[in-house]
Design a protein around this ligand. Structure first.
Ligand code: GLN
Length: 492
């Protein structure tokens, strides 16, 4: 079978159950595609072929015995920020170039327990800081829709791998948009769950009060399958919430689009850098939802201007604290021939961290230092609360809020945006993390250069089922999510 990489998670699950193909065949099929195509895309940092085949054989045995999980035998790729026992976990950094975790992240452990097969670890911006995946120590990844463009970031490897059909599904993390923006740039569906829905244990920390893992896939249905596996309380993550988990697959048609009130924030559609094609495609998708029965309601989100400065104080502040452990002694890269302890710290950190990570450590350390703490960090925390209240007020009147996921489509590799330009590109995603809300990206068409455009839907707390259901129904009525990048076509 040559088109196994075209099958959805549901089709794969059924095919495996009915023994139309084995997990070993499916895994070999994907490994072969990775060997052929990934040298062009460069989405994988590590391919774990041997282990994948062993896991596939175990899944096949479970499938034969008849009591396998729905996803047993289905391959996936993990963002290289999730710790994997016995497999390198680099977080895209020289600092962790040789790091082998002694344990699995909870997300990884849950995927394994369900019988999912790990194809490997995929590229990302260093320590998840960035929007292009170019800050990775392992080099840039190509966008399958145009290989000289970035796949977005920081979960760019996850997005590129799925968009090039080099994995049917992948995990990502989202601290300020890193699931939604690469999903948008690569024409995928990606869900950032409510803060606390997915365990952060074993997920290398960037900004702990904002980080959240989630699925990246071709459709809302595929995302729902992975959410069923990875969501839930974890005693090892004190911020994970002990709250019943929905059956996301069973609920895919559970939300009525008819009568659904979708808020359209005035401020969002007047952002200076919003590309005309992005705006047009997003508006068309909203028209479609309106045709399906949704009611579009103009709303105000008055704090919009505060998103970028607030996030870019809080995230670096937390990062500077989280990354202090990488000192060449406790963790990570150690410089050669240090003359004394201070030299060891300084050189290990200067040589081990890339420029963007160093910039954020400096900003964060400054913002947290005595004398500036109140003026910057405490103030940002207060504004963060106002941003959250702005959303909660909006949700009194609407069910979900619509926005672009990013103001533009994918940038060219090497476009060399200034840090400020890059940060402004995160305008539509940051507030969701500051407020701890769930949000989803869905592909809704292409710009004049045939690059994908994404619609973002933001929900109230714990509305993952609702978001997946709305996008699922949109996808039943449109075919944007079925479009495949040419790189995948060529090599089919
Ligand atoms: N682009 C944002 C940043 O650089 C978000 C990254 C993320 O969500 N991990 O911080």
């Amino acid at each position: 079978m040559t088109d196994l990489h075209r099958l959805s998670i549901r089709e794969l699950s059924e095919g495996l159950k009915q023994a139309q193909f084995s997990s070993r065949e499916l895994t070999e099929h994907y490994l072969k595609r990775i060997a052929q195509i990934d040298p062009k895309v460069k989405s994988y940092v590590t391919v774990t072929a041997e282990q994948a085949l062993a896991e596939a054989d175990a899944a096949d045995a479970a499938l034969k015995s008849g009591n396998a999980h729905a996803l047993a035998g289905i391959p996936l790729a993990h963002k290289d920020i999730f710790c994997t026992q016995g497999i390198k976990t680099t977080a895209g950094s020289k600092m962790l170039d040789n790091f082998i975790s002694p344990y699995d992240a909870t997300v990884v452990a849950k995927a394994k327990a369900a019988g999912l097969v790990t194809l490997g670890k995929v590229n990302m911006d260093e320590f998840a800081m960035g929007s292009t995946s170019e800050s990775s120590y392992f080099g840039a990844t190509g966008n399958p829709w145009a290989l000289d463009h970035v796949p977005g970031g920081s979960s760019g490897g996850s997005a590129a791998a799925v968009a090039a059909d080099l994995a049917p599904i992948a995990t990502g993390t989202d601290t300020g948009g890193s699931i939604r923006q690469p999903a948008s740039f690569c024409g995928l569906t990606g869900l950032k769950p409510t803060y606390g829905r997915v365990s952060r244990f074993g997920m290398i920390a960037y900004a702990s009060s904002l980080d959240q893992g989630g699925p990246m896939a071709r459709s809302a249905e595929d995302c729902a399958y992975l959410m069923n596996v990875i969501a839930g309380h974890d005693a090892k993550d004190s911020t994970s919430i002990n709250k019943e988990v929905d059956d996301y697959v069973a609920n895919l048609n559970g939300t009525a689009v008819k009568g659904l009130r979708i808020g359209i924030p005035k401020q969002y559609f007047n952002v200076a850098g919003l590309d005309a094609d992005v705006k047009a495609r997003v508006e068309e998708s909203l028209k479609k939802l309106e045709e399906m029965g949704a009611i579009l309601v103009e709303i105000d989100l008055n704090m919009t201007e505060a998103y970028v400065p607030t996030y870019y104080l809080i995230a670096p502040a937390e990062a500077s604290s989280n990354l202090s452990r990488f000192d060449g002694v406790r963790y990570g890269y150690r410089c050669e021939n240090p003359v004394d302890l201070m030299d060891l710290y300084k050189r290990s950190r200067s040589e081990g961290f890339g420029a963007e990570v160093q910039r954020r450590i400096l900003i964060g350390t400054y913002a947290l230092s005595a004398g500036y703490y109140d003026a910057y960090y405490v103030k940002a925390q207060k504004v963060r609360r106002l941003i959250q209240q702005d959303f909660l007020k909006a949700f009194e009147n609407v069910d979900v809020i619509a926005a672009p996921s990013a103001p533009t489509t994918a940038y060219k590799i090497g476009a060399n945006l200034s840090p400020t330009e890059m940060y402004l590109g995160d305008i539509y995603t940051l507030a969701v993390n500051l407020a701890g809300l769930p949000a989803i990206n869905a592909p809704v068409g292409f710009d004049k250069d045939s690059l994908p455009v994404g619609l973002q839907l933001i929900g109230n707390y714990w509305s993952e089922s609702q978001l997946l259901s709305i996008v699922h129904q949109y996808q039943q009525n449109t075919d944007w999510h079925t479009k495949r990048a040419e790189i995948a076509e060529e090599n089919a």
